[in-house]
Design a protein around this ligand. Structure first.
Ligand SMILES: [Fe+2]
Length: 502
């Protein structure tokens, strides 16, 4: 049976807008972060402008969206919200939309209890009474979402990913790459541009494990573990043709503190004898080398890494500090103090001498760096990110930026009609693209007036304030972290594989 051009059926009745009523001044429970407590779907959404005809597939994102009032609303942190997946399906210039909770085992515990049972891992807190057999820690399934192995896989750094039906967004269960991983992997994977294989890693205490999963069989075909000595909060990495690239920084995740109801994300400069170091793992030989940069700072996310002219080049964003100072865990920090604005940086490792250097790029504060993923491991010219210039009380991001590394020029646009709080921009190449930037940037923005979200589609090569299209969503998608695009070939195959599953 041929697939319908649109994969979301019309809803019988429109749901009322449902917002949580948990009075608190906590920024992460208000404004664009505020929870949206009902699953929703809609068909043939209102579009201002025109969705490009060759933009056919789905944008999958996962929002951070607490289902129940946190046990301590004042300590709740953005990183701890439950994952709600959002699929925006585009075809023939039309858009359809669906959101659904990622139903993890730990969420089922809270649904049965009718309230939050688990406490937070960022600022600490005392959990409720866990029923017998309940998972000891919560899998909030809120970091990233993307198609692999014909499933929509949703990731969380502290537990196994979950597999979802890519059409209905129904949660099927945890996903372990056919028994290839045991406990967890992080939410940041890269796709090998030559083979399509998935390249990713797990960080458990001081041990980092690199994985490669075959795109055809989804089996793990390469892995290697090594000990970096300190429990770095290792959330993202970069890959070049030869290396997997990791940074050892003072930003650390301390499970022992979480177990004592203390803040688990800490800033510990004393734990690093030589300051920040780059750790390279050779993807073929598994040889691990260390390269000293010095200083005390951390990475947020990476654009890419590549080798050129005898150097390894790594592009990412750098933050001056991240988390609660390990010697001041009892003093709560404001959100901008806990996570100050980050800045684009370029690091280089001389592959002959091993010497590492760094330089600031752009000068525009921002986060959520992205590239055209076809450039993974190869030289890229353009980077895209959201700006975080404003230090506003209610939002994190306030514009969309494109940096040209050759001209060393950053273009920034703000949202039309006051739209703000843009999400990570996802680059989608135009059909038969002829250049690296020949494509679209897809990002979700918050409309303060309607308190709903909009999908903005910008021309990546010609960034303008007025986008090519504004797709009006029927709900607000609480401000989250990451997502990805699935083209219609990949999406249709995955949907066909799931049809009939019930
Ligand atoms: Fe991330």
């Amino acid at each position: 049976m041929p697939l319908d051009p649109m994969t979301v059926v019309p809803r019988r009745t429109a749901p009322p807008p449902v917002e949580a009523d948990w009075p608190t001044g906590n920024k992460f429970l208000n404004g664009p972060f505020a929870p949206w407590t009902e699953e929703s779907e809609a068909y043939d959404l209102q579009v201002d402008g025109e969705i490009p005809a060759d933009l056919a597939g789905a944008l999958f994102r996962v929002s951070s969206n607490p289902r129940f009032q946190p046990r301590n609303t004042d300590r709740y942190h953005w990183w701890e919200g439950d994952g709600m997946v959002c699929g925006i399906y585009l075809r023939e210039g039309r858009a359809a939309y669906r959101t659904r909770w990622v139903e993890t085992d730990s969420m089922r515990v809270e649904v049965e209890a009718g309230e939050a049972v688990y406490s937070g891992f960022v600022n600490g807190g005392t959990p409720g009474r866990l029923p017998e057999g309940a998972p000891r820690a919560k899998n909030v399934a809120n970091i990233n979402a993307g198609l692999f192995d014909d499933h929509l896989i949703v990731y969380f750094d502290g537990g196994l990913p979950h597999a979802l039906d890519p059409e209905t967004l129904r949660t099927l269960g945890t996903y372990d790459f056919h028994g290839g991983i045991d406990v967890l992997c992080t939410g940041h994977y890269k796709t090998d541009p030559d083979t399509g294989d998935m390249l990713f890693f797990a960080a458990t205490g001081p041990v980092v494990t690199w994985y490669r999963a075959d795109v055809k069989t989804a089996e793990i075909i390469d892995s290697h573990s090594f000990d970096i000595g300190v429990p770095v909060l290792m959330h993202d990495f970069a890959v070049s043709a030869t290396y997997a690239v990791f940074f050892v920084t003072p930003a650390q995740f301390r499970l022992d503190l979480v177990a004592r109801s203390r803040p688990g994300v800490v800033w510990d400069e004393d734990s690093l004898e030589h300051g920040v170091q780059i750790v390279l793992m050779n993807r073929r030989t598994h040889e691990v080398t260390w390269h000293e940069l010095g200083g005390h700072w951390a990475n947020t996310h990476f654009y890419n890494a590549y080798e050129q002219d005898g150097e390894l080049v790594v592009d990412g964003h750098r933050i001056d500090r991240l988390g609660s100072p390990v010697d001041r865990l009892s003093t709560p920090l404001g959100s901008h103090e806990w996570f100050p604005p980050a800045m684009p940086y370029r690091w280089r490792v001389d592959l002959a001498t091993g010497r590492a250097t760094e330089e600031m790029i752009s000068g525009v504060f921002g986060e959520f760096p992205k590239i055209n993923d076809a450039c993974t491991g190869r030289p890229h010219r353009y980077g895209y990110f959201v700006t975080t210039r404003g230090l506003a009380d209610d939002t994190m991001s306030d514009g969309l930026a494109r940096h040209d590394y050759i001209l060393d020029r950053t273009t920034v646009v703000e949202g039309p009609d006051g739209l703000t709080s843009p999400s990570e921009p996802v680059f989608v190449a135009r059909e038969n693209a002829r250049a690296e930037d020949d494509g679209y940037l897809l990002s979700l923005w918050w409309n303060r007036t309607t308190d709903r979200s909009e999908l903005l589609i910008h021309d990546a090569a010609d960034l303008r304030r007025i986008p090519l299209a504004r797709v009006k969503l029927p709900s607000r998608v609480p401000f989250g972290f990451h997502g990805s695009w699935a083209d219609h070939h990949t999406l249709d195959r995955a949907i066909a594989a799931h049809r009939g599953d019930g």
